[in-house]
Design a protein around this ligand. Structure first.
Ligand code: IPM
Ligand code: MG
Length: 360
């Protein structure tokens, strides 16, 4: 198969983890005899430095041409006081919108080898295996009107959380469809005791549920969900929610996996005529400027995102499984990066990437 992949390393540890993810992708292509062609582009702070834009036109063009895009992370402290429209993060939000990747799949698993890496009690975390389905191109992140206006005591800031019925329907269908390949249970998260947008969300998700009589649906308020994720994580299978709730709860859920450095993600849009998904693949973690350039970051979230790319955008289930098995082999070896609190000397980013390649 021909795999045309655009790589956007981005900022901070993004460049280090994508380097290892690409190493793994090359290894898979070699072992399973695929033609790999990789283009590289600018996104985020590095793009602002080189072109003045967080998502340069050239990157947008490359992303529309590629079969799939692999991203590192964006964000640099020097832009901390810049307005949202000009920041590195704007590049990420713009490319999600450009590609129309409305469904962000964030699987969270408590690996056996990592039970001691989580600050939570082992018996609580053991066996947790859930997937957050985060709506990615709507809600507060994109809603208008938005802004800051007025002066002095009249100054006010505002954003809009808005969802249309079709936006809710398609993300709900994605969640129910995924549940069919898992334990057939969907939890929909909202704040319907306060927000009208959540009342519509709950009603539409319940309607879509009728199309999937073999899947069980329950609803949780977002504050309660935040608590249940820690108290009783095994109760969850597929958890679907709007954009910002998903941003927050996925960082929280990463504690179950031992480190946010373990969480891959797949952002999917519509299926292409070939049957493959339009996909943007990115680790859930950020650019971590505090440890950037030190070969210390955990590349497994980025490598797991490669597995997701092989599965969803290329339909290569066997190759994806080989990558995921290799990740487990490395975890079982105990030679892992510092975020996972290994017993011995922590492994470097490069060592983990190479170990995954060897295990493939
Ligand atoms: C994430 C990140 C991004 C988000 C930031 C970097 C804009 O936190 O992917 O979870 O909020 O979506
Ligand atoms: Mg986030």
């Amino acid at each position: 198969m021909n795999l045309n992949v655009l790589v956007l390393p981005g900022d901070g540890i993004g460049t280090e983890v994508t380097r290892e993810a690409v190493r793994v992708l090359r290894r898979v292509a070699e072992k399973f005899h695929h033609q790999l062609s990789i283009a590289e582009g600018l996104l985020g702070g590095v793009a602002i430095h080189k072109t003045g834009q967080p998502l340069p036109d050239e990157t947008a063009r490359l992303a529309l041409e590629a079969d799939a895009t692999l991203m590192g992370a964006v964000g640099l402290p020097e832009f901390d006081n810049w307005p949202p429209e000009k920041r590195p993060e704007k590049g990420l939000l713009a490319i999600r919108k450009l590609l129309g990747v409305y469904a962000n799949l964030r699987p969270v698993r408590a690996y056996r080898a990592l039970l001691d890496s989580s600050p939570l009690k082992n018996e609580l975390v053991e066996g947790a295996d859930l997937i957050i389905v985060r709506e990615l191109t709507g809600g507060l992140y994109y809603g208008t009107p938005r802004g800051i206006e007025g002066q002095g005591a009249d100054e006010r800031g505002f954003n809009t959380m808005v969802y249309t019925r079709p936006e809710i329907e398609r993300i709900a269908r994605m969640a129910f469809t995924l549940a069919r390949g898992r334990r057939r249970r969907v939890t929909s998260v909202d704040k319907s005791n306060v927000l009208e947008v959540s009342q519509l969300w709950r009603r539409v998700v319940s309607e879509v549920a009728a199309e999937f009589p073999d899947v069980t649906l329950d609803h949780l308020l977002v504050d309660n969900c935040a608590m249940q994720l820690i108290l009783n994580p095994r109760r969850f299978d597929v958890v679907v929610m709007e954009n910002m709730f998903g941003d927050i709860l996925s960082d929280e859920a990463s504690v179950l996996a031992g480190s946010i450095g373990m969480l891959p993600s797949a952002s999917l849009g519509d299926k292409r005529p070939s049957g493959a998904w339009t996909g943007l693949y990115e680790p859930v973690h950020g650019s971590a400027p505090d440890i950037a350039g030190q070969d210390r970051a955990n590349p497994l979230a980025a490598i797991g995102s490669v597995a997701a790319m092989l599965e969803y955008s290329f339909g290569l289930a066997e190759e994806a499984a080989a990558v995921n098995r290799a990740i487990e082999t490395v975890l079982n070896s105990g030679h892992v990066t510092a975020d996972l609190r290994p017993a011995g000397k922590p492994a470097t980013t490069t060592e983990v990437g190479k170990a995954v390649c060897e295990a493939i």
